[in-house]
Ligand binder design. Structure first.
Ligand code: PLP
Length: 440
């Protein structure tokens, strides 16, 4: 380990992991869809944490940030700035049309914290938030209470009152043991039952397509039905588009896939291409107006930070200049086809699913769909065989972001077909490691 990696390991924390086995590579530089670490050229097949949507080194975004730094570095959120107006206008252009007011923060978890507070103010005295088990909404205590996966377990019992969990539309392992379409969408109909029987529900929050927890794409009826159910019950619908937003699925936001307008949309990651930290909570006109004569009891020192806002209009312009949504649709279906070819070849691949440039490969170790690892393994800090495979791939020049038994394949949106082929070939060679462990 070089000195950089050593100091980083000794004096800073590796997140969501046991520290002893953390051996961070020293990343020297990055360009396009590649980063360079420990002298190796590595193809980024997951946009880091599904966030470096424009890849590395986009000159226009960098220029916009630098210009803002030269002009105005910081000012209290109580003031108006030209960059704040430009960011708001850029968002009005790309957000679902009903969302017209924005709160700016610096991360996805803060965007969700704001959404919880706004929903509770707006729906007072209703306070409960319904969220799904197979979900991740952030690491701070409120967002972690919404989170369904094992990361919530570390923070209990100090979080959670007022959060009600529901199963997810995970057809590959249906929590209800049913089959689509004969199931008649039991998973979404159950939400109606929960809202009516819980009482005091203020909002339902979902990732329109579950991200870190395995890119779970719902059946086409799910989101429109959820919108209808929440409306009929007078409950807000919050779409967490921290991962699915910003062209990841070939639309500005995933809700557009089904023509659904949420009451609140939270986003971060791709909003600034991740060149600077940025989080956004977007609310409907009605919710915005609600606070006209009521206190908006929320804020941060770094709210509407001029430098982080400078990235947003530049990102929107870059998407338009490169016609990126159309590109994602085209190369996304190519990536999907190539991954499905892998499924035909490798017995350890149980499922391949996704849309746009947002895919999962789910691995199984037998024909009964036994996973190679579970949330319990993650909670205990145990590396799974899929973790081992991801480390092997990194050494072979391919970075993939993985869960206990799946890979999230979500390269920067600027990726070409040739670069997709390079990544798929590396996957093809490496997956035989898991095939050998398949027990039939
Ligand atoms: N929501 C979703 C859907 C996410 O995927 C994430 C992060 O991966 C978050 C919220 C939290 O975002 P952040 O890590 O910026 O706090």
């Amino acid at each position: 380990m070089d000195e950089v990696s050593q100091v980083v390991k000794e004096h800073t924390f590796g997140t969501w992991r046991v520290q002893r086995t953390w051996n961070p590579m020293n990343v020297e530089k990055a360009e396009g869809v590649y980063f360079y670490a420990n002298g190796k050229k590595i193809l980024d097949f997951s946009s880091q944490l599904v966030n470096v949507n424009l890849g590395y080194g986009n000159r226009e975004v960098i220029r916009s940030i630098k210009e803002q730094l030269d002009r105005l570095q910081y000012i209290s959120p109580a003031f108006a700035t030209e960059v704040r107006a430009r960011a708001a206008k850029a968002l009005l252009e790309v957000m679902p049309k009903n969302l017209t007011k924005f709160f700016f923060s610096t991360s996805g978890t803060e965007a969700n914290e704001s959404a919880i507070k706004i929903a509770r103010f707006y729906k007072f005295p209703a306070y409960k938030i319904v969220s799904r088990y197979r979900s991740y909404h952030g690491s701070t205590l409120g967002s972690l209470a919404l989170t369904g996966d094992y990361r919530r377990w570390f923070a209990e019992p100090n979080v959670g009152p007022g959060v009600v969990k529901i199963p997810e539309p995970y057809c590959y392992r249906c929590p209800f043991g049913l089959k689509y379409p004969e199931c008649n969408l039991a998973c979404v109909n159950y939400v109606d039952y929960v809202i009516k029987n819980e009482g005091n529900v203020a909002a339902v929050i979902v990732e329109p397509i579950t991200g870190t927890n395995g890119v779970v794409v719902p059946p086409k009826e799910y989101m429109p039905a959820l919108r209808k159910i929440t409306k009929e019950n007078g409950v807000l619908l919050i779409a967490d588009e921290v991962m699915t937003g910003w062209g990841r699925v070939g639309e500005w936001f995933a809700v557009n896939l089904w023509g659904v307008e949420p009451d609140i949309l939270t986003t971060a990651k791709g909003a600034s291409a991740s060149y600077v930290p940025s989080g956004i909570t977007a609310v409907s006109k009605e919710i915005g107006e609600f606070f006209e004569d009521r206190v908006f009891a929320h804020g941060h020192t770094f709210e509407a930070h001029p430098v982080s806002l400078a990235a947003i209009p530049a990102v929107v312009e870059e998407y338009k200049r490169m016609n990126l949504l159309a590109h994602v649709k085209a190369v996304g279906s190519y990536l999907g086809e190539r991954l499905k070819e892998l499924k035909e070849k490798h017995r350890s691949i149980g499922d391949v699913r996704g849309v746009g440039l947002f895919w999962a490969i789910e691995f199984v170790k037998d024909s009964r769909k036994t996973p190679f690892g579970t949330y319990e393994d993650k909670y205990a800090g145990r590396a799974t065989e899929v973790d081992v495979l991801a480390s092997k791939l990194l050494n072979e020049g391919l970075y993939v972001f993985n869960g206990p038994s799946w890979f999230v394949i979500a390269p920067p949106l600027i990726i070409s077909k040739e670069e997709i082929d390079e990544g798929v070939e590396k996957l093809d060679k490496a997956i035989s490691y898991l095939d050998e462990k398949f027990t039939g």
